[in-house]
Structures are given as structure tokens and as C-alpha cells.
Design a protein around this ligand. Structure first.
Ligand SMILES: Nc1ncnc2c1ncn2[C@@H]1O[C@H](COP(=O)(O)OP(=O)(O)OP(=O)(O)O)[C@@H](O)[C@H]1O
Ligand SMILES: [Mg+2]
Length: 141
């Protein structure tokens, strides 16, 4: 994909539309910092995005995350809900206390109208489609 140039602001929704193979997924990966752009630059919060260290990326990912279309394909089916949410917390905070984690996991679930206490011990395939989709959103909240 060449000559992509756009900007958007908080609260706006931007759709990237294009033919198959035109580079939409590649662009998304570059925005998510899972691929490096071969050229060009990305500005975030009005300044060039600098992601030199893992700590930089960690900070960036606390603001910029993906909600994937197919939660079934996105979750590790061998990890229970609690482990999946813990992995997300550890990604953003290296040394969270047990109590902090519990509060965060409960908050994330209630944000999407799910009850952590009822679901923490379930595997993704034991959730309904709607629960799994909402868990996908809980993961980034
Ligand atoms: N890992 C990769 N290594 C090399 N080339 C790749 C890789 N991933 C994608 N490409 C190529 O980059 C181009 C853009 O692919 P991309 O997946 O971004 O397209 P897309 O717009 O998301 O397409 P679709 O609508 O089919 O999902 C394609 O020509 C593809 O073959
Ligand atoms: Mg694609």
C-alpha cells in the first residue's frame, strides 16, 4: 500500500476500504505496532510515534488496541477467562497486586455487562457467541 495519508481524532470512526490485497490488514498491523512501516511516519497525539523499547510499546498499547472480528479465532482456547484477562493486565502493568487484578478484571467484565464471578473459570468455547464478543471488548477496557 502506497501513499496512505489520513488523520482522525478522538471519538471519530474511520473506515479503511479497499480491494483484497490492497493493504488494509498491513496498515492495521502498522498502526497496532505489530509490523514496522518500510517508509513514512505515524503521528500519535500530535507528535511522531516513537516506539523504540518494549516499554514504549507497552505504553502505546495501553491506548491503542484492536477488537478483532472473530473472537473465536483470537482467544487461546486452552486459557480460561481469568488467565486471558490476567495476561492483558500483565501486558500493561508488570507488578499488579492480586487485589488490583481482581478489581480490574471485575471492572472490565461489568463494562461489557458480564459477571466475572460466573465466567472466570470458563474456557472461551464455553462462552456464548455474544459473551465471547463482549469478552473481546473487556480485554481492551
Ligand atoms: N506477511 C506477509 N509477507 C509478505 N507479503 C504479505 C504479507 N502479508 C500480506 N502480504 C501482501 O501484502 C499485500 C497487502 O496484504 P493485506 O493483507 O494488507 O491486504 P488486505 O487489504 O487486508 O486484503 P483483504 O481484504 O483480502 O484482507 C498483499 O499483496 C499481500 O499478498
Ligand atoms: Mg485483510
Amino acid at each position: 500500500m502506497d501513499h496512505v495519508d489520513f488523520q482522525f481524532h478522538e471519538g471519530e470512526i474511520l473506515s479503511i476500504v479497499g480491494a483484497s490485497g490492497s493493504g488494509k490488514t498491513t496498515l492495521a498491523k502498522v498502526i497496532l505496532a505489530s509490523s514496522k512501516p518500510s517508509s513514512g511516519s505515524i503521528e500519535y497525539l500530535g507528535a511522531p510515534r516513537v516506539l523504540r523499547t518494549f516499554a514504549d510499546r507497552r505504553r502505546y498499547w495501553s491506548h491503542v488496541q484492536a477488537i478483532f472480528q472473530d473472537p473465536f479465532a483470537s482467544f487461546n482456547q486452552f486459557h480460561r477467562v481469568e488467565r486471558m484477562l490476567m495476561d492483558c493486565i500483565r501486558m500493561l502493568d508488570l507488578h499488579p497486586s492480586k487485589d488490583e487484578c481482581r478489581v480490574k478484571m471485575k471492572d472490565a467484565c461489568s463494562f461489557v455487562n458480564l459477571k466475572f464471578d460466573e465466567l472466570y473459570n470458563k474456557y472461551p468455547f464455553e462462552l456464548s457467541g455474544g459473551q465471547m464478543q463482549r469478552m473481546m471488548i473487556a480485554r481492551i477496557s
